[in-house]
Design a protein around this ligand. Sequence first.
Ligand SMILES: Cc1cc2nc3c(=O)[nH]c(=O)nc-3n(C[C@H](O)[C@H](O)[C@H](O)COP(=O)(O)OP(=O)(O)OC[C@H]3O[C@@H](n4cnc5c(N)ncnc54)[C@H](O)[C@@H]3O)c2cc1C
Length: 549
Amino acid sequence: MDADVIVVGAGLAGLVATAELADAGRRVLLLDQEPEASLGGQAHWSFGGLFLVDSPEQRRLGVRDSHELAWQDWLGTAGFDRDEDHWPRRWAEAYVDFAATEKRSWLHSQGLRFFPLVQWAERGGALATGHGNSVPRFHITWGTGPGVLEPFLRRVRAAEERGLVSIRCRHRVTGLSTSAGAVDGVRGEVLEPSDVSRGEPSSRAVAGEFDLRAQAVVVTSGGIGGNLPLVRENWPSWLGAPPQRMIAGVPDHVDGLLQGVVGETGGRIINSDRMWHYTEGIRNYAPVWTEHGIRILPGPSSFWIDARGERLPQPLFPGTDTLATLAHINRTGHEHTWFVLNRRIITREFALSGSEQNPDLTGRSVGEVLRRGGEVTPPPVAEFVRRGSDFVTRRTLPELVRGMNELVGEDLIDPARLERDIRARDREVASGLGKDAQVNLIREARRYPVDRMVRVAPPHELLDPAAGPLIAVRLSLLTRKTLGGVETDLDARVLGEGGEPLPGLYAAGEVAGFGGGGMHGYRSLEGTFLGGCLFSGRTAGRAAARATA
Ligand SMILES: Cc1cc2nc3c(=O)[nH]c(=O)nc-3n(C[C@H](O)[C@H](O)[C@H](O)COP(=O)(O)OP(=O)(O)OC[C@H]3O[C@@H](n4cnc5c(N)ncnc54)[C@H](O)[C@@H]3O)c2cc1C
């Protein structure tokens, strides 16, 4: 035996599983196809937002959350409706329990801290039993994604020093070995050394082979979002034809190939047509990975129009319902949409997802963070306005529309019609009351102190020259999370076609749909992915440690 347990994939889920295994005294081989520079996988790039329920941070802000309310929101959002949802639903129940109880104290005891202003993502916009967070639950980690990884990297490095963990980079697993019906190892290719920086695509040239044995294997290889052909192949038929043009919200290593290997070994892959992609993607002017896109985390005020200039229908306002918006856009016959806004809105409401786009929070700089919500556009956003290929800035609306049409190379937007619609919206603002659902959503959002302080611009007329210049942002579909995956039971054991565990094989993190093969169902409440990796990685590590005692 080369180790007690082999963990494949050194992202967040793999690091958590490894840390737990080592704490239980197991000898672990942690394999990853990427070079050492990319250790931590997607979590490093993440915004570090975590879904917590009834936390001290929420209570301090006067938010009254509860386990019952969170479960109501989860069920309304997930929309479980298949036989395959048995384990996903049980994982969801266990996860919401975790988020309402132990999650915060477990992380806190390892040194993780939260930014005190809890954010309100995926607000929904229909009925109490429908999609969305009834209250703000998105807790940003102080230090963002790298801050989430920190305690687990520390534990794994300490175990490495004790001789319990060996990390082998450039080891790409292509097969699982079995004997007497149990998984007992992995085989694959040693890739040639690579000195690319974190997140950059690395060479796939093969320099050798390996064959390693252990009592158990934990697969934590991530989702499929960096593999655009695979995303198209799995595209849900109920969303229509897969988009031709997508940008990638994840690095190239999120290739989904190991999921296929688990399937070939007898593991059941379920809910492959469930994915969580964003409709507010912009091209990165300084790409790190292939087709690198960034997601705008929008406040509610931008005027959202489709490619032909038609306003998106209620309740599809920014930040309300990602999947319903995606379904709507797919029916318009065009793949892009536009935010039309002004300087006042962009300054207050635009945030960009990702650790590198939030140097103040990532660098834990109190002074920098205090500038948020002021009169100055955050520097990473200002840089996109200046250099991003999707931004048009002009003084007047006719000029703006001319710039938008030039950008797409077609006169798709009629300036007179857009002006009519924006002026109608502006009249509703001026009325002080009004019937426009988006204007009312903005007013409603400002009842939450955090939104009023730093996130939502006071309602004002979009065409008010004092709030200008006007800005238009072309939005593309950005791939990100894989919601379905390898079916697992509550011990993270991989299940076969007949529902029986495959001895020796465990899966956690995004490859397992964050638990069970899809604990989110069709949609997410946000901040639930890192949390899903923490919870399922911990579960898999502890279960594999028990099984190999
Ligand atoms: C920009 C960005 C922002 C995000 N923000 C948030 C947020 O605020 N909140 C939230 O909850 N989630 C967020 N997420 C999502 C979250 O970061 C991911 O879902 C999560 O980190 C996935 O972790 P993982 O360990 O399952 O997989 P990964 O991080 O993808 O790691 C998998 C690892 O497996 C390796 N691997 C794959 N195949 C093989 C193979 N065949 N052989 C060997 N190694 C292999 C890969 O190289 C990789 O290192 C964000 C993601 C991104 C990219």
